[in-house]
Design a binder for this molecule. Structure first.
Ligand code: SF4
Ligand code: SF4
Length: 134
C-alpha cells in the first residue's frame, strides 16, 4: 500500500467520482502518512501551540522512512487510523488544517478505495456496509 495519504470531505461532483462523506476513511488508515514541517506548523497554529508541543503530541518521527508522520490511534474497522480522525463520525477533525498530502489525495477524479466500497455495498445490498481491505 502507498505510504502517503489523504482525506475526507470531498463530495462527488461532475469532476470527482467519489464522495468522502460516504466513505469510512480508508485513506486515513494508511500506516504512514508523511507530513512536512509546513504541515506541522499549520497544525500547531490550528491548536495554538508551539511547533515543539505539536510535534510531540500529534506527530512522530519514523526512523526507517526518515520522515515525520501523523500519529495514529485505535479504530474498530481498520485497527489503526490517524489520530485526527473522528471514529464515530468518520471524518477528519482538522479538515482546514490537514496536511498537504491529505489535500492532494487521490489526485484524480476516481478514488480506488471508493470504487471498491461502492462495489461491495452494491454486492451486499447495504448502503452502509464497511468493507475492509485486509
Ligand atoms: S489529518 Fe485528517 S485527512 Fe489527514 S489522515 Fe488525518 S484524519 Fe485523514
Ligand atoms: S478513501 Fe477516497 S473516498 Fe474515502 S475518504 Fe479517502 S479520498 Fe475520500
Amino acid at each position: 500500500m502507498a505510504t502517503k495519504k489523504t482525506i475526507p470531505i470531498k463530495s462527488a461532483t461532475p469532476k470527482n467520482q467519489y464522495d468522502c462523506l460516504k466513505c469510512p476513511g480508508y485513506c486515513c488508515s494508511y500506516p504512514l502518512i508523511e507530513v512536512t514541517k509546513r504541515d506541522m506548523e499549520r497544525v500547531a497554529r490550528h491548536f495554538s501551540v508551539s511547533l515543539t508541543v505539536a510535534k510531540k503530541k500529534f506527530f512522530r518521527y519514523d526512523r526507517s522512512e526518515k520522515s515525520w508522520c501523523l500519529r495514529r490511534k485505535n479504530d474498530e474497522h481498520f485497527k489503526k487510523i490517524c489520530r485526527f480522525f473522528d471514529t464515530e463520525e468518520r471524518r477528519c477533525t482538522i479538515y482546514h488544517a490537514r496536511p498537504g498530502v491529505c489535500r492532494d489525495y487521490p489526485g484524480e477524479p476516481h478514488c480506488g478505495y471508493y470504487d471498491f466500497l461502492k462495489f461491495e455495498r452494491e454486492h451486499q445490498q447495504d448502503k452502509d456496509f464497511i468493507a475492509t481491505t485486509s
